[in-house]
Design a protein around this ligand. Structure first.
Ligand SMILES: Cc1cc2nc3c(=O)[nH]c(=O)nc-3n(C[C@H](O)[C@H](O)[C@H](O)COP(=O)(O)OP(=O)(O)OC[C@H]3O[C@@H](n4cnc5c(N)ncnc54)[C@H](O)[C@@H]3O)c2cc1C
Length: 750
């Protein structure tokens, strides 16, 4: 009897305690202190005034010069006078190496391709004490790696698929990417940030559905998660995203993902690898592979394409290495065929187009995802570098360098974007400031049957002769891909990793990373160049010491981290009261002259396109503004690299051609340098300066200001009409009206 009575009391007590515990756990999850990358003080504090009030800017180690790096490549194999001859016989692309060189000059690994995958592998290998070379035929990040959606993400949509299809493999990929997302933000806090992304809801039942999905996404990220997702009522959603269509809107869910500056991240990976001792060289193309008497790969034949740009014949040379890694993304099969001409192709290339719209189309710090476009794919609409990026499509394509965005794909993106915006907002073709196409290197596993389709993740595979290929995956997982590839390389090529006892001081001070460089993979802790002295307030020191414009200083700190000190020091005096230093390359954007010099001296930039597209992001933000800036960039580079008139002309020609692939209108492609300099590209009205890009605004803008800009956008839209000659140079392969976007059932989506 007594026992029954006590259980009557105990049960409710246990329920109350349980509910209390669950409530506290939920509350803790929401209000727990979070360590947001980039908000803590810099590992290396900014310099202060020394004795006698003298200010000493920080000093950083330099990467070896390009000539020194090429000399090291050549020393590994010797200049191959006869190789060029032999290569001629070589329809297969493979030769038996001519002469043996001393062992110590041979590399452990030669990485072909300097995109995210290749640069990640080079950094991983060199920080495990291996002797590495990485060669890139164009510029670091000139391929797919500069043309991504700029997200560092697990993928909410992939999670949805994993749950509905009960697909454990897909689920593990999301978990892996969420873990990598955090490493990204820790090792390069200046180049990557958290971005809230809104999912607009049209029906009431979508609220619990997406709430559960985004909470599960937060949960999977575990302690690596920073901000939690949340629900917004219709009015709050419209307040945060005033451009959103009111009709049919029920509310919105907001979740967090990472966003980054992809090509600067890529260049930083390559430069960090170079600082740790890797030989990284751009504009060096692999033209053939070399094999020993047993048919095993032992290196490659390469040529320096800069010599060709200077009007000389490029000398072929040999690079010797114990292992050769193919990290050429969409070009994977071209290298596999150099190894063995008969291998079946494994890449199923698919083009993804993005368009850049003026900044007023999206709030400064809120993205949007349409999880269900008219053809069932996902489309993102995100703020990026002051403008708005929208994309992407998925169209089967041929592999080529600098593909051009198809007009039909651009139209499709604009159509999808319009579905979400207020009907008064006329998203016109003429609003597209830049448009580009990137090729996804989706791959099939060569060891599996063709019918098994494309691999979900990345592929690391070894050929019989010893070519190690790493392909597929995504930007977010570049580090994991690199780790697996180097693990495999160590095993297959019998390499001996070693502790880096004499690791260089990348931070420029005695401050080191937590990473013990003991010969194991430490890339999750190795901070990239620029990260050590970066903090969110660093720009203030820069303004105070160099008199750089605030908006420019903020941008420089985000793009270069602590190396912004060096960039600022390389800026020319403006001879005005303020800003004291930093001549703008384009009136519309915060890019300055010092960056061009920095790109040449510290980041191996060799062409004007390297600078306007990958070091600065002008070509991605505004193709016409890039054309206007081209002569200035060429002149500064000519001073740095001692270019003659012929080279300057070639740079202009090549630059315009590249801008043709970035959305430069057809009628601008034939302009001469003189015409550009005399202002023929088009003048910007005063209001355009504010409309095209969002400069110097706080991350959470005043809603009234945002609404004003938005109103102004609508007014401007009324004023202008699309002009047919403003359309892109299109490579459209489709008949008019044909929807170019691959449907849900296409193999590219599987
Ligand atoms: C439209 C689109 C959007 C994307 N968005 C995202 C995203 O938001 N987030 C995400 O995580 N991932 C995203 N991805 C995926 C991601 O961009 C790619 O997985 C990644 O960039 C591939 O890098 P890579 O180094 O393998 O290829 P690439 O960047 O193409 O690099 C390969 C390099 O090899 C070089 N090369 C080729 N042949 C030779 C040779 N013979 N000698 C020397 N070098 C050679 C090329 O010049 C090239 O630079 C996106 C992809 C696309 C297409």
């Amino acid at each position: 009897m007594a026992a029954r009575r006590s259980s009557r009391f105990l049960k409710p007590l246990a329920y109350v305690a349980g509910a209390g515990l669950a409530g506290s756990a939920a509350l803790y999850t929401v209000i727990r202190p979070r360590d947001i990358p980039g908000t803590e003080a810099a590992a290396v504090p900014p310099p202060t005034y020394g004795e006698g009030g003298v200010f000493h800017p920080p000093k950083f180690p330099n990467v070896p010069s390009r000539d020194e790096q090429i000399a090291k490549l050549k020393a590994s194999g010797g200049v191959v006078a006869q190789v060029a001859e032999k290569a001629k016989h070589l329809l297969t692309g493979s030769v038996t190496t001519p002469e043996q060189k001393p062992e110590q000059e041979e590399y452990d690994l030669l990485v072909i391709g300097g995109g995210a995958t290749g640069a990640g592998i080079a950094l991983d290998a060199v920080t495990r004490g291996l002797k590495v070379a990485m060669v890139e035929r164009d510029d670091f990040s000139s391929g797919t790696s500069s043309k991504s959606t700029k997200l560092v993400h697990g993928g909410v949509r992939y999670l949805e698929k994993a749950v509905w299809n009960l697909d454990y493999n897909q689920y593990s990929l999301v978990v892996e990417a969420l873990r990598e997302r955090r490493y990204f933000l820790d090792t390069a806090p200046h180049l990557s940030q958290w971005l809230p992304i809104m999912i607009p809801l049209q029906k009431w039942w979508q609220a619990p559905y997406f709430w559960a999905g985004t909470k599960f996404y937060d949960f999977l990220a575990g302690s690596e998660n920073i901000e939690s997702s949340y629900y917004m009522t219709k009015s709050k959603a419209l307040d945060a995203f005033p451009m959103l269509k009111k009709e049919g809107l029920f509310g919105a869910l907001v979740y967090y993902d990472g966003a980054h500056n992809d090509s600067r991240m890529n260049v930083s990976l390559a430069m960090t690898a170079a600082l740790y001792g890797a030989t990284v060289v751009s504009h060096v193309e692999v033209t053939g592979l070399t094999k020993d008497a047993n048919g095993k790969l032992n290196g490659a034949i390469a040529k320096d394409r800069v010599e060709e740009l200077n009007g000389k014949k490029a000398e072929q040379f040999n690079i010797r290495a114990k292992g050769v890694i193919n990290a050429t993304g969409p070009f994977t099969d071209s290298i596999r065929k150099m190894d063995d001409q008969k291998v079946p192709e494994i890449v199923a290339p698919s083009s993804g187009v993005h368009v850049i719209l003026p900044g007023y189309f999206s709030p400064a710090n809120m993205g949007l995802i349409d999880p269900n476009t008219s053809d069932g794919r996902v489309i993102f609409f995100l703020p990026w570098q002051g403008n708005t990026i929208a994309g992407t499509t998925d169209t089967a394509c041929d592999v080529k360098q600098d593909p051009v965005a198809g007009e039909d794909e651009i139209e499709w993106i604009l159509k999808e974007v319009k579905r979400y915006l207020q009907p008064e907002i006329n998203v016109r073709r003429g609003d597209v400031l830049a448009a580009w196409s990137g090729i996804r290197p989706l791959v099939r596993d060569p060891t599996k049957d063709k019918s098994e389709g494309l691999v979900r993740n990345h592929l690391v595979t070894m050929s019989e002769s010893g070519l190690l290929t790493c392909s597929g995956g995504k930007w977010t997982t570049y580090r994991q891909m690199a780790e697996e590839t180097v693990d495999e390389a160590i095993k297959e090529y019998n390499l001996e990793p070693r502790a880096l006892t004499d690791a260089p001081l990348v931070s420029g001070t005695q401050v080191k990373d937590e990473a013990p460089l003991d010969g194991t993979c430490q890339t999750h802790r190795v901070r990239l160049v620029g990260a050590h002295g970066f903090s969110k307030t660093l720009f203030i020191n820069l303004v105070q010491h160099y008199g750089i414009e605030t908006e420019v200083a903020k941008y420089l700190c985000q793009a270069y981290g602590d190396r912004a000190w060096t960039v600022a020091a390389l800026c020319a005096p403006t001879e005005t009261r303020f800003p004291v230093r930093g001549k703008k390359i384009s009136e519309l954007y915060p890019y300055v002259d010092g960056e061009v010099r920095y790109a040449v001296r510290h980041e191996y930039a060799q062409t004007a396109t390297d600078v306007i597209a990958r070091r600065m992001r002008l070509a991605f933000l505004n193709a016409q503004a890039s054309l206007e800036a081209l002569p200035k960039v060429i002149d500064i580079m000519a001073e740095e690299l001692k270019w003659d008139g012929a080279r300057k002309d070639l740079e202009f020609k090549n630059g315009v051609q590249y801008l043709g692939s970035m959305g430069l209108p057809k009628n601008k492609l034939s302009l001469t340098r003189k015409e550009v300099e005399s202002g023929k590209v088009g003048k910007y009205a005063d209001e355009e300066y504010h409309m095209y890009a969002r400069h110097g605004e706080s991350p959470s803008p005043d809603p009234q200001h945002c609404a004003d800009l938005f109103e102004m956008g609508i007014a401007l839209n009324r004023g202008y009409a699309d002009k047919p000659e403003e359309l892109l140079q299109s490579d459209s392969k489709y008949a008019q009206g044909h929807n170019p976007v691959v449907g849900r059932d296409s193999p590219a989506n599987k």
